[in-house]
Design a protein around this ligand. Structure first.
Ligand code: XMP
Ligand code: MG
Length: 176
């Protein structure tokens, strides 16, 4: 059992299971892109650990850049996004893979992929550590998913509860 502030969490995905799945995703990505250059765009903060482990296993000459997006809670129905750290990399004509920690309702990535699409990339895909298909309100399907999970809050391995828990090497789920 893990306690963070007022909430209790139970172990959910082990560090070994994470690494095994991430290795599989890395192989799939390399197989899909062969020797084409990829521009990876990492969505901070949550995806930092997943991105580090995934990218270390992808061979070849690629680019990596970072964006930071805050979605305003309370305005969730509008899916209003604030690009705290904007997209500096030139994406026109490039093969883009956006790296995200979790696709929940899909609002964040729907807005962000629209932003990327407007800049005429050659292609744009999504790699996410976690996906909660039951929570989806926007019709967006990530292309590479390490784990599809049930609709319950998780922390660890980059994901936080109120800023805490990102440093954990495994993933915990809110206790039932
Ligand atoms: P949407 O709904 O736009 O949201 O797909 C994606 C963002 O919501 C956060 N999120 C979570 N963070 N545990 C977390 O620590 C969760 O279970 C969870 N579900 C959603 C996350 O920031 C993600 O980028
Ligand atoms: Mg996030």
């Amino acid at each position: 059992m893990l306690t963070i502030k007022d909430l209790e969490f139970v172990p959910y995905i082990t560090a070994d299971a994470l690494q095994d799945r991430i290795s599989e995703l890395a192989l799939r990505i390399m197989d899909d892109y062969k020797d084409r250059e990829i521009v990876f765009i990492v969505v901070l903060n949550g995806a930092f650990m997943f991105a580090a482990d995934l990218l270390k296993q992808i061979k070849g000459n690629h680019r990596v850049s970072f964006v930071k997006i805050s979605s305003y809670e309370g305005l969730t129905s509008s899916g209003s996004m604030d690009f705290v750290l904007g997209l500096a990399e030139d994406v026109q004509g490039k093969n883009i893979i956006v790296i995200e920690d979790i696709v929940d309702t899909g609002k964040t990535l729907t807005a962000f992929m629209r932003e990327i699409g407007a800049r005429s990339p050659a292609s744009a895909k999504i790699a996410t550590l976690l996906s909660k298909p039951e929570a989806r309100t926007c019709p967006i399907e990530p292309d590479y998913v390490a784990f599809s999970i049930e609709n319950r809050f998780v922390v660890g391995y980059g994901l936080d509860y109120d800023g805490l828990g990102r440093n954990l090497p495994e993933i915990y789920q809110l206790a039932p």
